[in-house]
Design a protein around this ligand. Structure first.
Ligand code: BEZ
Ligand code: MG
Length: 544
């Protein structure tokens, strides 16, 4: 097609427009929580808008449409519930539809004004009772308010909830469709990362997604505990059962012991179904492994891995942060060394509780074609913490060596109104545009002074983590970080005044990105960076 084709041009402009909208509409935190301080008026309005943007059947509340939510919440804040209900009436809402929204906002707003975090801390330190409250974020569950309570988890036997299971079907389907649109077929095996806190917040969405990929549904026993699964018929599923390799965090292993058993059981049930191998990749792979490796069927069906009992984390983050690695494959190997402990139950009913199973994990990962993690909150994303790259990056790097091919890496976004599956590269770009390079985000951080600069540096280092584990960071990202924070003289002045240590670490990380081949920067740029680095070192020595 020629460059002048108007249809093509319109399609491109439209795609660009959609991307801009996506960045513009992305919810981001604009500062850190200060312990003991209630949210400011502006923050409260933003939170109320988000609370009102989702359907909440548990409160009888329907989401306010995106076009009017801003005005409706301002009307509510400025003039109260009755005026806000009238505002909606004028836009075609019945009073019955409008009232529950503002009743909920009224209650959320009242609880946002109080903050007993400091008092509760003092009472806890004196050994007094602290009232319990659920663990989640305000958007997912407004009942987390007021803060300053003793966060409790959930009953693992209730996981996944019926709502989480229902919501996860579309996620699993979209994920597989995305892979198919890019590869022309379904992936035979996928590696999933499951975290404890995420599954508490979502009542087990990650768990439910794994069950959907396998093509099974949870079954409750006479005591209403989810202890078993039932295969969904292939005709109903309409696609093959995917082989799923699960790496669960140490926290998940500790909090969700029955769920670990459930996931392991799901794999073993699927492996035993008498189905065509091209419709049941678990069975196909277990068979192949039994034949090729002369391995016991029990061993060939191990798919749930975590740390050794009592251990947590992959340490891949520490290795990257401290620049203590030469070859990328070391990062994937470390991931497997830390996470190759199997959990579940064998066919004789004997518990497998953290048995070292490196060969089984190597083998399971060698078949993986796509890796995936669910993101369920707008507060913490790929570049906010080093845990996403240590887990999803770590497992992807381990797959790359064992499968002799880079896996497709995906994330889902189950926090927005519509489920969205993105590639890792797309997610890194979106995070960079909406956070690291977004003045609203970094100015919010810089209000916190020393800590704010450390946060900016953390984001850049966490972004670098995605270069190290997955080569998923475009050159422009590093170039724009340098332009925004270092080559803008007044910004550099602010950073070096507030926190010269973090400013220095940021420059060093950019130089490391170039040195390791992740950023193709020109000689002049590198010379400027080295110059800034030297001057920060002089400043730090002067301080010392
Ligand atoms: C978890 O909730 O499982 C988790 C939390 C922080 C880092 C890694 C995992
Ligand atoms: Mg590159």
């Amino acid at each position: 097609m020629s460059n002048n084709d108007p249809t093509e041009r319109d399609a491109r402009v439209f795609a660009l427009y959609e991307q801009l909208l996506e960045i513009e509409q992305r919810l981001i935190p604009t500062g850190l929580h200060v312990f003991g301080r209630a949210s400011s008026a502006g923050e409260q309005i933003d939170l109320l808008k988000m609370v009102a943007s989702f359907d909440r059947p548990e409160f009888g509340v329907r989401a306010l449409p995106a076009e009017i939510v801003d005005e409706a919440v301002r009307e509510f804040i400025g003039k109260g519930s009755d005026a806000a209900v009238r505002f909606l009436n004028e836009r075609g809402f019945t009073t019955e539809d409008a009232q529950p929204v503002f009743a909920l906002l009224e209650s959320v707003s009242a609880k946002l004004q109080t903050n007993t975090e400091l008092e509760s801390l003092v009472r806890a330190l004196s050994g007094e009772f602290i009232e319990p409250g659920p663990g989640a974020d305000i958007i997912q569950n407004p009942d987390v308010l007021p803060t300053g309570r003793n966060t409790h988890a959930i009953n693992p036997y209730s996981v996944p909830s019926a709502a989480a299971f229902a919501r996860s079907e579309v996620v699993a389907t979209s994920l597989l469709e995305r892979y198919r649109s890019e590869h022309g077929r379904f992936p035979e095996a996928m590696a999933l990362v499951l975290w404890g806190l995420d599954n508490i917040k979502t009542q087990g969405e990650g768990v439910a997604q794994a069950l959907w990929l396998l093509g099974v549904k949870p079954v409750r026993d006479a005591l209403n505990r989810t202890t078993s699964v039932e295969p969904i018929a292939l005709e109903e599923l309409g696609r093959p059962r995917i082989d799923v390799v699960m790496t669960v965090s140490g926290i998940f292993r500790d909090l969700f012991s029955p769920t670990v058993q459930l996931l392991d059981k799901a794999v073993r049930v699927v492996a035993q179904l008498d189905e065509p191998l091209q419709m049941n990749y678990v069975r196909k792979h277990v068979r192949e492994q039994v034949e090729q490796d002369a391995c016991a069927p029990d061993e060939a069906a191990v798919r749930v891995f975590s740390n050794a009992p009592g251990n947590y984390g992959t340490n891949v983050n520490f290795m990257v942060m401290d620049s203590q690695w030469e070859r990328e494959e070391t990062l994937g190997d470390l991931f497997v060394t830390r996470k190759c402990f199997a959990y579940g139950r064998d066919s004789h009913g004997r518990a497998i509780e953290g048995r070292e199973a490196r060969v089984a994990m190597d083998r399971a990962l060698s078949r993986v074609e796509a890796t995936y993690q669910n993101i369920d909150t707008f507060e913490i994303g790929l570049t906010d913490v080093d845990h996403y790259f240590e887990y999803l990056g770590g497992v992807s790097k381990a797959v790359e060596k064992r499968a002799r091919s880079k896996p497709a890496i995906y994330l889902s976004d189950t926090l927005s109104r519509d489920v969205k599956i993105r590639s890792l590269e797309e997610t890194v770009r979106l995070e960079t545009r909406s956070k690291t390079l977004n003045p609203k985000w970094y100015e919010g951080m810089l209000k916190h002074g020393f800590r704010g600069v450390a946060e900016i540096e953390n984001h850049v280092s966490n972004t670098f983590g995605w270069s190290a584990t997955a080569d998923a960071v475009d050159d422009w990202i590093y170039a724009e970080v340098a332009n925004t924070f270092l080559f803008d003289e007044s910004m550099l002045e602010r950073l070096r005044d507030l926190n010269p240590h973090s400013a220095h670490a940021l420059v060093q990380r950019l130089l490391e990105a170039n040195g390791r081949g992740y950023w193709d920067a020109d000689v002049g740029t590198l010379e400027k960076l080295r110059e800034i680095s030297r001057s920060l070192e002089d400043q730090l020595e002067g301080v010392a």
